[in-house]
Each structure stands twice: as structure tokens, then as C-alpha cells.
Design a protein. Structure first.
Length: 200
């Protein structure tokens, strides 16, 4: 049975979706879809998680898409509008685990420029005893190196950890490495998953 919980951040502790911002910028759904699938894509955004600054990363796009210059700048200038608040079920679970004395940690693909601000979005982040952040530590999920760094830094074996993430790819990688996993798709299913493992 696991003895520690390892949390992803986006769409597990706090809700994050670029559409929350860009629906305000693009009134036509088709143009919004085109922008996020051909301009500011998730593949492009991954560079931020790998340590590239927002300023450096947008310089690659601006010459190719000058008509979208304002929208491209908004990825940084209006970044926080992509968030729509913490997930109450996760916050409650983190507090309950803390009360039980269960060690909790974070593993997030996140820019070094947004880490501090993201962790200010919910008091639940203060319950984490430590964090491995891709933009700071140079390892990104779903690489084995990311999970190994967690184990090395926090003195854990893979079997000690319950990993909670909304990405099926990350969940599969963690499970292959011997971590217990919970694929976070329904907030209501979180507490029963913790209870089933004796953590709550």
C-alpha cells in the first residue's frame, strides 16, 4: 500500500484551460479552434514547461503569425485568465491527508515563470512537503527521469507512492515504473480511491 501521495497540479488541484482565456479573445469558435490547434498549440507550450521563457518562445511564433500578435502575447500577459479556480474535492482530500499525517508531494510540468504564482492559487499547495517542477528541475513527465527524481529527492521507492494525474500518458508511465496510480478524471472519485488504499 502506498504511504505518500504525489500530485499533478493542472486540472488536478487547479483548473487550467487556455480556452478559458481565448474564448474571450476569439468570438468565433472556429477561429479559436484554429488558433489553439495551429498557433499556440500544446506542443509549442511544452517548451515553457521545459524551461524556455515566455518571451523566447513567442519570438518563434510572431514572425509566422503576425496577424495573431496580440493573442500570442496574451499567452503570457493574460496567463492567469486560463485558470478557473481550485478543485474543491482535491483541496478537501489534501487537507484530510495532511490531518492524517500522510506525506504529500508535487510533480508538475510547469514553467519556472509561473510556478510560484500557481502555488499561490490554493492553500492546498502549502501542504506539499516538496515539489519537482519541470521548468526548474529539467525533467518532464512522462519521462522516467521525472519519477526517479521524485524518488531520489524525497527518499521514496516507487511502491511507496500514489500518483494522481489527469493525463493518461503520465499515468501509464508511472504505473510501468511501479507507482500506484489514480487517473484523475472525476473529482468525486478521488476520495474513494484514497480510502480504498487506506490513506483516508
Amino acid at each position: 500500500m502506498p504511504k505518500a501521495v504525489l500530485w499533478d497540479f493542472g486540472n488536478v488541484i487547479v483548473r487550467w484551460d487556455p480556452r478559458t482565456l481565448y474564448a474571450k479573445i476569439f468570438k468565433e469558435p472556429a477561429e479559436l479552434d484554429r488558433f489553439l490547434s495551429h498557433v499556440c498549440t500544446m506542443d509549442w507550450h511544452m517548451a515553457h514547461d521545459a524551461g524556455v521563457t515566455f518571451a523566447e518562445n513567442r519570438e518563434r511564433l510572431l514572425p509566422k503569425h503576425p496577424e495573431y500578435a496580440e493573442a500570442i502575447h496574451a499567452w503570457e500577459a493574460r496567463w492567469w485568465e486560463m485558470f478557473s479556480g481550485p478543485i474543491p474535492e482535491t483541496e478537501a482530500a489534501i487537507e484530510a491527508l495532511h490531518a492524517r499525517g500522510v506525506p504529500q508531494y508535487g510533480l508538475s510540468n510547469i514553467s519556472h515563470e509561473t510556478l510560484e504564482g500557481t502555488m499561490a492559487l490554493s492553500p492546498a499547495f502549502a501542504r506539499l512537503k516538496g515539489v519537482v517542477a519541470s521548468g526548474v528541475d529539467g525533467v518532464t513527465k512522462p519521462s522516467a527521469e521525472a519519477f526517479q527524481l521524485v524518488c531520489d529527492r524525497f527518499g521514496l521507492a516507487p511502491a511507496d507512492i500514489l500518483f494522481v494525474d489527469d493525463s493518461a500518458k503520465n499515468i501509464a508511465a508511472a504505473e510501468q515504473l511501479g507507482l500506484d496510480v489514480h487517473h484523475f478524471t472525476d473529482p468525486a472519485a478521488l476520495r474513494p480511491a484514497l480510502e480504498a488504499r487506506g490513506l483516508l
